[in-house]
Design a protein around this ligand. Structure first.
Ligand code: FE
Ligand code: CA
Length: 525
């Protein structure tokens, strides 16, 4: 899409490297709260509630969880505390009323990380619900519910989670999160586009705080706007989250150091450093190991007993630029270059070894973009490839599917966001041959709000269904997917809302697809 150029001053390489060093120092500072703890200032009584950004927890392991909050910058400024490292306290309890407090602790909230706090609490029991809250001066945060993962080799019989993506704040209300919060799930997975860097569309029901975001203060303000939503905060407080990012956490359709518009690679990397830092500051994730300036590895693996292993991928930070000018295009020489990558070599090698040793019943790839082919036929009979998704990186996709088949990864399931619509698809060994082996299942979840109210069927969806026999379902309403896993069956309930431009709509299951363990592919029930 075309739009006005973003004009920002050129930054020299020296200044850029200096900024990278500052970011690393800031992240290192945040990662070593114990060293700072003695130097942190006690928080006095505050003029108003500093917990307006809510609470969250994430990255559950069998023995630990990340507890998150962030003190509101405006409240700290009113109290003259905005430059201080502050001593923030947390409590973990067995019950939501905190009659049985199990653990307490302190963490230094540093201005270098916007007074965000990520307490990595260890020594917990597996597969157990806990409640937590924070204290700052005379203020106490809302209570969060969280849950540790089952032990790695526990013979767990059921796991319930939901996955969500794409929540453009201006396009609608977060009614889906209100319903998700009520489910009290084992886990909520976010597949990216948690924020949007700019406005688009016409029927906007609420407004961003400003125009397109570029620097750290901009990204912080944008996350603050999104976190002002009560339903989003309720969903965070209801269950632990696992999050990854897609493009809009930085810039629409960026690829590694290539911006959508005419920013230079250096400008985009400056922007990426700011965007990634803000992502860390606002998300309940563990401190990414290996972060350095604009580089922040977030791919990781989580284990939920014998039932599920979840590999979280990043298909933006390391990818080759979209081929043939991006968009839906006929193939070109660039597209046929087998060295093109979505994952980057380090992440791909790590993924391949995970898949080769995978021994859970369900082996999930939590990622961003549609893996099953969505090719279409143009007006003159030409084949068109969507260049931003796996179709644009078809050699790497083929290699990945071949690998899963060769190493016999048990029950691969790919989870996807990005395209603001629901889909269910078989992952074929050869997408040009409907009789080829089915390697796994793909469940694509629609957006929370992006794209407005949407509709059940569109011409776009109908055309793609008829061109791609491996794709079994399409729906373009808003909502989320609830997944129920047992040792025998994966069940995906596609939950949709009739409207998100008006608040408070009831949610219903539009369609359910299953995968039987040992029988790859999706089945409608
Ligand atoms: Fe999106
Ligand atoms: Ca996207």
């Amino acid at each position: 899409m075309t739009r006005n150029a973003i004009i920002r001053p050129q930054v020299s390489r020296r200044e850029f490297l200096k900024l990278g060093g500052q970011l690393s120092a800031a992240l290192a500072l945040g990662g070593l709260p114990s060293l700072l703890h003695g130097a942190a200032r006690q928080i006095p009584n505050l003029p108003s509630d500093p917990f307006t950004l809510g609470v969250a927890s994430g990255d559950p392991a069998a023995d630990s969880i990340v507890l998150w909050t962030r003190l509101a910058g405006d409240v700290l400024a009113q109290a003259g505390l905005e430059r201080d490292v502050l001593d923030l306290r947390w409590e973990l309890a067995a019950d939501p009323d905190f009659r049985q407090v199990l653990r307490t602790g302190g963490i230094a909230a540093s201005p270098a990380l916007g007074h965000s706090s990520h307490a990595e609490v260890r020594g917990l029991e597996p597969d157990r619900v806990y409640y937590y809250r924070w204290h700052a001066g005379n203020a106490t945060s809302p209570v969060g519910r969280t849950k540790t993962a089952p032990a790695a080799f526990a013979d767990n019989r059921e796991f319930n989670f939901a996955f969500a993506s794409c929540q453009q704040y201006e396009h609608g209300f977060y009614t889906a999160y209100q319903h998700m919060a009520e489910e009290e799930l084992d886990l909520i997975v976010h597949l990216g586009d948690y924020i949007y860097e700019r406005s688009w569309g016409e029927n906007l029901v609420r407004a961003h705080e400003g125009p397109e975001i570029i620097d750290l203060e901009d990204y912080r303000a944008r996350y603050t706007t999104y976190k002002s939503d009560t339903d989003l905060r309720a969903a965070h407080a209801s269950a632990p989250w696992v999050v990854t990012w897609d493009d809009h956490e930085v810039d629409n359709n960026y690829a590694a150091n290539t911006a959508e518009d005419d920013q230079t690679p250096e400008q985009l990397l400056m922007r990426r450093a700011a965007a990634y830092q803000a992502f860390y500051e606002f998300m309940p994730i563990r401190l990414p190991v290996g972060r350095q300036g604009p580089d922040m590895p977030i791919h990781r693996r989580l284990r939920f007993g014998k039932l599920m292993e979840m590999t979280v991928l990043d298909t933006r930070q390391y990818r080759s630029d979209q081929a043939c000018g991006d968009g839906r295009k006929t193939s070109c020489a660039e597209h046929q270059d087998p060295s093109r990558t979505l994952l980057g070599h380090a992440q791909r090698d790590w993924l391949y070894s995970s898949l080769a040793t995978a021994d859970a019943t369900w082996n999930v790839l939590a990622q961003q973009i549609m893996m099953a082919s969505l090719r279409s036929i143009g007006d003159n009979g030409e084949e068109l490839w969507p260049m931003d998704i796996w179709d644009g990186y078809h050699y790497e996709r083929q290699d990945l599917l071949n690998h899963m088949q060769d190493v016999q990864t048990p029950n691969p399931v790919v989870l996807t966001g990005d395209i603001h619509s629901n889909w269910a698809a078989d992952l074929k060994l050869d997408f040009d041959d409907p009789s080829s082996a089915t390697v796994g299942s793909e469940f694509v979840g629609t957006s929370i709000t992006s794209g407005g109210d949407g509709q059940d069927m569109t011409q776009y969806g109908a055309d793609l269904l008829s061109n791609n026999p491996h794709v079994k379902f399409y729906n373009a309403q808003r909502g989320y997917v609830r997944a129920t896993l047992t040792p025998d069956l994966w069940r995906s309930d596609y939950k949709v809302l009739p409207s998100i431009t008006t608040p408070g709509a009831a949610i219903s299951v539009r369609k359910t697809f299953i995968t039987e363990a040992g029988n790859p592919g999706v089945q409608e029930i």
